[in-house]
Design a protein around this ligand. Structure first.
Ligand code: PLP
Length: 443
């Protein structure tokens, strides 16, 4: 066993697979075995592996300027170009961009900017943030406090109370509906719960509501029709900002440029971006805020002499260069349009498993999906613990496909956006074998 403390791993049962190289939508282990990467790494390698243009961009920028920071307003052209491009792309008004290294630190940045902004406009008591049950927003102390998944809190003494995180319902009809409740009634009930919580806490104390437009780690929850419309109406009524965590759903994943667009989220005030921003060729994230929020922060920073937040690697030039090239490729090769088309095909093919005895629910949009396996198909009774999910994930791996068990017994699918129809078919074939093995295991 190595000396690595593995991230998000059962520390009692560590090393599982040693990968050696990747090419397109495939990775290869140290025995030369090929795997279809059905989760694009961790929902991030949108353009696949061994992309020559991205590699050349990294090499070129390494040679030109391997590092520069952005403290004190130092800058470089690729950073400015990337920021301009992002600002023009996102549905955030007059967007301003802060660069970081990961989705988690980008969410921490947002929490701090929220405080800075509301202090600046004379509303220091407006600091609480509403996050949803089963949300995933990362693992730093603050981001993990936004996260609503038990394993990310247990033994860590999280969530961190002083942050003032409020928790509202996950918009998951299949798991959250009361007996006999229609989707519409479910949406009415949970959005009413949201409004009642706002009234009980006092709207003046609540800064923002954070949501992944479609969730990832909690099992790819696609909220029912009307949910975001109602949520936005409530937030507007009480002057609470919408904060879209697009770390997974950004850049074509859901069939549009952003998940907010797919889900009808209009003009979010804040947006978190990472992962597909650079197709994971370099770590980089962006915390995007509305222009007027930024404007409000200028004077207070002048009083202190500095906006006292920044990472050594904020705006790392190699990460900026590769992100800029990634965005250029998305546009030039119509990757989002391709993803929309392949996404429709993938969703259609996944739904062929609707009659499989193990499958309780199939959900997703565009190129992100999950299949939830259940102990009882008729009642939807869930499997206890993670054994079945773990087995299914391993079974798929044995058949040459990497996926991930999320939310206990759901298998997630989020392949590189560049895949073709044959590769969707290959994924379905491997899944079919993995599911049949799992059925043998449970019966
Ligand atoms: N937000 C969302 C929606 C995510 O899915 C993730 C990671 O999966 C994060 C934030 C955290 O990103 P990172 O792992 O880069 O810190």
């Amino acid at each position: 066993m190595s000396t690595i403390i593995y991230p998000t791993t059962n520390l009692k049962a560590t090393e599982t697979l040693t990968l050696e190289r990747g090419d397109g939508a495939y990775v290869y282990d140290n025995q030369g075995k090929q795997y279809f990467e059905a989760l694009a790494g961790l929902w991030c390698t949108s353009l696949g592996y061994n992309n020559r243009e991205l590699i050349d961009t990294v090499n070129q920028q390494m040679g030109q300027l391997s590092y520069s920071h952005m403290f004190g307003g130092k800058t470089h052209q690729v950073g400015m170009d990337l920021s301009e491009k992002l600002s023009a792309m996102v549905p955030v008004e007059n967007a301003k961009v802060f660069f970081g290294n990961s989705g988690s630190d980008a969410n921490d940045t947002h929490i701090k900017m929220l405080r800075y902004y509301f202090n600046a406009i004379g509303k220091p008591e407006k600091y609480k943030i509403i996050a949803r049950d089963r949300a995933y927003h990362g693992v730093t102390v603050a981001a993990a406090s936004l996260t609503g998944l038990v394993p990310n809190h247990t033994h860590f003494d999280l969530p961190f109370e002083a942050l003032g995180i409020l928790r509202t319902d996950a918009p998951h009809y299949y798991r959250g509906a009361l007996p006999g409740e229609t989707e519409e009634q479910f949406v009415d009930r949970i959005t009413n719960n949201l409004e009642q919580m706002i009234l009980a806490e006092g709207a003046d104390t609540i800064a923002a509501f954070i949501a992944e437009p479609i969730t990832g780690a909690s099992g790819v929850i696609v909220p029912p029709k009307g949910y975001y419309e109602k949520v936005q109406a409530i937030l507007n009524k009480y002057d609470i900002l919408f904060w879209a965590d697009e770390v997974i759903t950004g850049f074509g994943r859901t069939g549009n440029d952003f998940g907010s667009r797919t889900m009808g989220i209009e003009n979010p005030a804040m947006m978190t971006l990472a992962k597909q921003l650079s197709s994971a060729y370099m770590p980089i994230s962006a915390s995007v805020i509305r222009g007027d929020m930024y404007e409000a922060m200028i004077e207070p920073s002048a009083q202190v002499g500095v906006f006292g937040h920044g990472y050594t690697y904020s705006g790392h030039p190699v990460a900026c260069a590769v992100a800029l090239k990634t965005l250029e490729i998305y546009e030039r090769d119509n990757i989002f349009g391709h993803a929309a088309e392949m996404g429709d095909y993938m969703q259609k093919r996944l739904r062929e498993f609707a009659d499989h005895p193990l499958v309780g629910e199939i959900r997703g949009e565009g190129m992100i999906a999950a299949i939830e396996m259940v102990a009882n198909k008729a009642t939807g009774k869930a499997f206890e613990g993670g054994a079945v999910g773990g087995f299914a994930m391993q079974a798929c791996q044995n058949h040459g496909m990497i996926t991930r068990a999320v939310a206990g017994s759901s298998l997630a699918f989020c392949p590189p956006l560049i895949i073709n129809k044959d590769q969707v078919d290959e994924m379905i074939e491997k899944l079919s074998k993995g599911l049949d093995d799992t059925l043998d295991f449970v019966t």
